[in-house]
Design a binder for this molecule. Structure first.
Ligand SMILES: Cc1cc2nc3c(=O)[nH]c(=O)nc-3n(C[C@H](O)[C@H](O)[C@H](O)COP(=O)(O)OP(=O)(O)OC[C@H]3O[C@@H](n4cnc5c(N)ncnc54)[C@H](O)[C@@H]3O)c2cc1C
Length: 162
């Protein structure tokens, strides 16, 4: 059975599941906190904070005289607490859903270093992996690459031109 090596990232969870489905043994290697950028410091925390700020703003700046309400309270420590709770929950659920529920996926803690194209050293171990990309004929299609600018309103584009 071949072994896939993956640096631990948000999309990696899907890749790990797919790899296991295809019959590979998958090693997710993480030197830091499980979850990657998206869960820990990227998509999830930023969208939580943006959504909370937007909700506050809509409430305070809405222009309709027909809508009135008493003043709202806003607690920055509670904002951070709710964001942290969500991040912690997602870290745990990803760990449970992917790693503990699939015997073909393992998590290795430590910093990975490439020794050569197919060999990685991590935590005193050497792991040889099939390079998933070299045996595939798939080509990266940048014409469907999306991007988003988180202004208000948000702007999204897809493809290589504006
Ligand atoms: C503020 C912010 C907001 C974002 N919002 C969105 C959004 O709304 N939607 C969206 O689609 N994307 C968003 N992104 C982008 C998204 O988070 C990244 O595109 C995605 O996480 C990138 O994944 P990655 O695989 O490149 O690396 P990462 O998610 O950064 O994962 C790399 C992981 O590998 C580990 N690692 C690195 N080197 C080694 C090593 N040598 N050995 C062991 N482990 C290692 C790191 O600790 C890390 O956990 C946002 C990013 C940021 C910063």
């Amino acid at each position: 059975m071949n072994l896939w090596l993956l640096a631990q990232v948000e999309p990696v969870w899907l890749a790990a599941i797919k790899g296991a489905e295809l019959g590979f043994r998958v090693a997710i290697i993480e030197k830091g906190i499980i979850g990657g950028t998206c869960v820990n410091i990227g998509c999830i925390p930023s969208k939580t904070l943006i959504k909370m700020a937007k909700t506050k703003c809509i409430f305070e700046k809405q222009p309709f005289s027909a809508i009135t309400a008493k003043s709202i309270s806003f607690s920055w420590p509670k904002v951070l607490q709710q964001k942290d709770n969500l991040v912690n929950k997602l870290r745990k659920s990803k760990y449970k859903e992917v790693i503990t529920s699939n015997e073909n996926i393992i998590l290795l803690r430590g910093t990975a270093n490439f020794i050569d194209k197919q060999t990685i050293a991590v935590a005193g171990r050497k792991i040889t992996a099939e390079n998933a990309l070299t045996n595939s004929n798939k080509v990266l299609d940048l014409t469907v690459l999306p991007q988003v600018i988180f202004t208000e309103p948000q702007v999204a584009t897809i493809g290589v031109t504006e």
